[in-house]
Design a protein around this ligand. Structure first.
Ligand code: ZN
Length: 395
């Protein structure tokens, strides 16, 4: 299902959690999945994630009857809510939930790939055994067909409905979970702030991201069992496409033809054929881009936005033109200037002449090292550079 975010700040993961809790007892619940989709989708929800779960039953028609009832009673009423959003600069769409059921699923690599890189319409969807609702069917169908060739995990726990104040999460337990080798993005390294709990009115108490399912279960238990953690309504370990870089293609190398720096610190790099955008929020990437010059060569990875520019998510410098200045006049300490091709240099003030030479000095920007935005400004799909599982060390 997808697009069920409600005014209460409710999120699609919680709607799936409640559905699973009420399933008929003979239904066997398999792996749940949380799949992030194209970040530029026009009607995207916050974080643009859809959810799915594998259900096994001997009585499919009874299950469909249950889903029909659940849809009408609990999901359909969420339609039309406009979510509270931090992004007031873009058009808000009322939620338009969708749910799909596929009796048999063949994962579809190309469909998933397109779902991460471009707008998908309802007409592009493989036909479901049964479907409910509107726009949310798109994300729902993508979540079902995600091949999960590489995946990570997120253990999510929800608050009791009566708890609406500040979240209570045990600090010691947070520290233990943060130290676990198989967890990632628990903290924003710069500020030391925990990233486990969402901000605002979400029903989620915390989400812990891990490289393995086992570590997700361990971390979940540590946090739930801790003395100072508030009681939870329940939890699910989701298989996700977080930190897979599935949305990115091979890196592109560009030689810079022009650079524009915008108010606020965003930078736009032009190559002969492409435009690459570094947002101020991308931290070191933006500050490096501001220092780049025509002729420098950088390697980038990022998604192409609807306006055709590529939004930089990974950047490394492969070549820097050297600093070239005309030498100073030994008397006046002012830069000398060229008198024309092969005519030598001259000081405009005193007339001192010298050979046609440049003073070259290397620039101090870091070469051959990848950079990415700080954790809060990263896409969920982006793989952290500094926290990699041991078995997959390459970008
Ligand atoms: Zn001089």
């Amino acid at each position: 299902m997808d697009d069920t975010d409600s005014l209460r700040g409710g999120c699609t993961t919680e709607v799936l959690f409640r559905l699973i809790q009420q399933l008929p007892t003979d239904v066997n619940v398999g792996q749940a999945r949380l799949v992030r989709l194209w970040p530029f989708a026009q009607r995207r929800t916050r974080g643009n994630a859809a959810v799915a779960v594998e259900l096994k039953t001997d009585d499919e028609s009874a299950l469909l009857q249950f889903l029909e009832g659940y849809w009408n009673d609990f999901i359909l009423p969420l339609r039309g809510d406009v979510q509270a959003s931090q992004h007031s600069d873009r058009e808000q769409f009322p939620s338009d939930p969708g749910m799909v059921w596929f009796s048999k699923v063949k994962s579809n690599e190309l469909f998933y790939r397109n779902g991460l890189r471009q707008e998908i319409g309802e007409k592009d969807l493989p036909e479901a055994t049964k479907s409910w609702g509107g726009h949310g069917k798109i994300g729902a169908t993508l979540a079902v067909h995600w091949p999960a060739k590489t995946s990570t995990f997120e253990a999510i726990a929800w608050r009791m409905q009566e708890n609406t104040g500040p979240r209570k999460l045990d600090e010691k337990a947070i520290a233990i979970v943060d130290q676990m080798k198989e967890t990632f993005l628990c903290r924003d390294g710069r500020l030391g702030a925990s990233m486990l709990a969402p901000r605002g009115s979400s029903p989620v108490l915390f989400g812990v991201r891990t490289w393995t399912k086992q570590s997700a279960e361990e971390a979940l238990q540590i946090l739930i069992d801790a003395t100072n953690t508030e009681p939870v309504a329940g939890s699910i370990v989701f298989e996700t496409n977080h930190a897979t870089n599935d949305h990115l293609d091979e890196s592109l190398e560009l030689q810079i033809e022009a650079i524009e720096i915008f108010k606020g610190g965003h930078a736009l790099l032009h190559s002969t054929t492409e435009r690459f955008l570094a947002f101020k929020e991308s931290g070191q990437i933006a500050s490096i881009c501001q220092e780049l010059r025509v002729g420098d060569v950088v390697e980038c990875k990022g998604l192409r936005a609807p306006d055709g520019s590529i939004h930089i998510e990974f950047l490394q410098i492969s070549h820097l033109v050297s600093n070239r200045k005309r030498p100073l006049c030994p008397t006046c300490n002012k830069s000398m200037s060229s008198m024309g091709r092969n005519q030598g240099l001259r000081c405009k003030k005193c007339g001192f002449k010298s050979e046609d030479v440049w003073d070259e000095s290397p620039r101090s920007l870091p070469m051959n090292q990848w950079f990415q935005p700080p954790p809060p400004s990263r896409r969920h799909l982006a793989k952290p550079l500094d926290e990699q599982p041991e078995r997959q060390n390459n970008l």
